[in-house]
Write a protein of this length. Structure first.
Length: 576
């Protein structure tokens, strides 16, 4: 609504803040006393924010209520980029106003001073349109202006609510500065920006940070719960400084911009260690950087927290206590295989066992376990490390990944000589792991003798528990489920809230398919059965498929039917 020219006895700001529960009467009196004692020219709202009695958002919201205008938390979807040309750029940046969208002869403009009638009149005169204003914070205005094409405004402190909280301490010592670009990368605004990107990614629970040069800016995206979300856009001229800062932290060569590089950063954040794996790759517009975030606090290594069905967990736990044999966990990259392996080792770890791992890289440090890093640059690859490890008197061995026939053959020999071996493969389901080993030229009789179990898994997003509610899915989808023999009475989804960034999902859970070797399956392997025959026999011998596990989690209200459909490839994603 447009700001009225006359305001009929509006409630005072302090009263509105108290009514909405943002401020106590004692704090209001304290702020008023400070205003009198210091004879300050500051407004009451400024004093409240400066002394941390209220947030800037709370004050602006109540000011909007005081003057009878809407309050808006600015987002990109509220802004039509075409309206930016209705006002001179200099005017927008100087007066902290932002045209949001135009409907016929009316222009909605975000302002930071809802009481400024002269500003409203000036906007109407400049645009020849009827002006409707909404109140917002200066920080929101500056953030939106920053994201405009060719913007010259970029205030790092505006995107960091608590700059002191975004401090990130390097565990390793920084390398000696060389060249002008390092001097720029070491300047505090760039340091604060990089620290903010890392701090915010950890706070949001992101698994990866993507720093991408695009046509008009440097785009920052976070991967959260398996999906990429845009976090920030910063001026493109900061690309070199930001990339160099990250390279310095990771001990990489900042002078090399033509070849891909890999590095690692160990940081302390909120008193705990967080590991970052850094990868740079030259693109047409400059180097793209991806940081994999390994935050042990965000990962539970308790098998009961990984989404196992009760009967599946019991069978799985029984196998991981076997005296020998091979246990394989399969799935695509990012499906939680490593977490399951670490949880398994954590379950069986004790002073009586010598558990050793060969990894590339070591993702999480575990007590009571000896972990070794592959160093392929010096010839210490998986097969060589595994052969050497067998001379270290191990009881249990974990091989990060079976990448080739030599590693697979060595692992099978270890299993046949009395060791329990854990490893991973990249296959779509559990029975396919057997044919994958055969394709690596492993003799079927060796696979039959050594393999104990294959666990295939994927990750699906969990419904946000804060905004979870029942809903009615499309009728065609329900009919499809009925044809499959699946009866689900109640369906759930998340409607979106601030806890889940309005996605309706919060966190992820594993979907499992457990294949335990039986005599019939072993005989089929030796007989070189086809994958179709192996799947049929596995199902007959009690294989719980991923489809069944996914539908169980839908029935229990853990995930949505649409999310399960993306996973198992059935005809779930249908609409009326």
């Amino acid at each position: 609504m447009a700001l009225p020219k006359t305001i009929n006895a509006p409630k005072r700001l302090g009263n509105v803040l108290i009514e909405r529960g943002y401020l106590t009467l004692a704090k209001l009196q304290e702020a008023l006393d400070l205003q009198k004692q210091t004879k300050s020219h500051k407004l009451l709202g400024e004093i409240l924010v400066d002394n941390n009695f209220c947030t800037e958002e709370q004050v602006t919201e109540c000011l909007a209520a005081e003057y009878g205008v809407p309050y808006a938390k600015l987002e990109a979807r509220l802004h039509d980029p075409e309206t930016i040309h209705l006002l001179p750029r200099e005017y927008i940046e100087k007066h902290q106003v932002l045209p949001l969208f135009k409907v016929k002869d009316q222009l909605v403009v975000a302002v930071t001073e809802p009481a400024n009638l002269f500003l409203v009149d000036e906007l109407a005169s400049m645009t020849n349109l009827k002006i409707l204003i909404v109140a917002t914070t200066p920080k929101d205005i500056r953030r939106m202006i920053t994201n405009l094409p060719d913007s010259k405004v970029f205030v790092i402190d505006d995107i960091i609510e608590n700059p002191e909280q975004a401090e990130v301490t390097l565990i390793e010592e920084a390398i000696e500065d060389i060249g002008d670009i390092v001097e720029v990368a070491g300047q505090s605004p760039v340091i604060r920006l990089v620290n903010y990107l890392i701090y915010n990614a950890v706070k949001e629970g992101a698994s990866d940070i993507h720093i991408e040069p695009v046509e008009l800016c440097l785009r920052i995206r976070y991967r959260i719960d398996g999906k990429l979300y845009k976090s920030l856009e910063v001026p493109q001229h900061l690309l070199g400084a930001v990339t160099s800062r990250i390279k310095i932290m990771a001990g990489m060569d900042i002078s090399e911009r033509r070849l891909p590089q890999d590095g690692r950063v160990n940081i302390l954040l909120d008193g705990r260690k967080v590991d970052l794996r850094v990868s740079t790759f030259p693109s047409a517009r400059g180097e793209k950087t991806v940081l994999r975030v390994l935050d042990t606090r965000k990962v539970s290594l308790n098998l009961r927290d990984l989404g196992f069905a009760e009967n599946t967990l019991e069978r799985f736990q029984k196998q991981i206590y076997s005296p020998n044999g091979i246990i394989l966990v399969t799935g695509p990259t990012g499906s939680g295989k490593s977490t399951t392996l670490y949880g398994s080792l954590n379950e069986i770890a004790s002073m009586e066992n010598n558990i050793c791992t060969v990894e590339d890289p070591i993702e999480y440090n575990l007590p009571l376990i000896n972990q070794f890093q592959v160093q392929e640059k010096i010839g210490l690859d998986f097969p060589k490390a595994l052969r050497t490890l067998l001379r270290q008197d191990p009881d249990v061995i974990m091989v990060g990944e079976v990448r080739d026939g030599e590693t697979a053959r060595t692992a099978i020999q270890a299993a046949l000589t009395g060791h329990l071996v854990f490893s991973t493969l990249h296959t779509n389901d559990a029975p396919s792991a057997i044919t994958r080993l055969v394709n690596m030229d492993i003799e079927p009789y060796l696979i039959s003798a050594a393999l104990n179990m294959v666990l295939a898994q994927r990750l699906v997003r969990k419904i946000c528990h804060k905004c979870k509610e029942e809903y009615e899915p499309p009728r065609q989808l329900i009919r499809t489920l009925h044809k499959m023999g699946c009866e689900i009475e109640t369906f759930y989804k998340g409607i979106g809230c601030r806890h889940c960034r309005n996605t309706g999902f919060l966190g992820r859970v594993s979907i499992h398919e457990l294949l335990i070797m039986t005599d019939e399956i072993r005989d089929a392997i030796v007989a070189d059965a086809s994958i179709t025959e192996l799947k049929r026999i596995s199902t007959a011998n009690g294989l719980l498929s991923m489809k069944d596990d996914a539908l169980r989690k839908v029935q229990e209200g853990i995930t949505t039917i649409e999310e399960a459909g993306k996973l198992i490839g059935e005809l779930f994603l249908v609409t009326d």
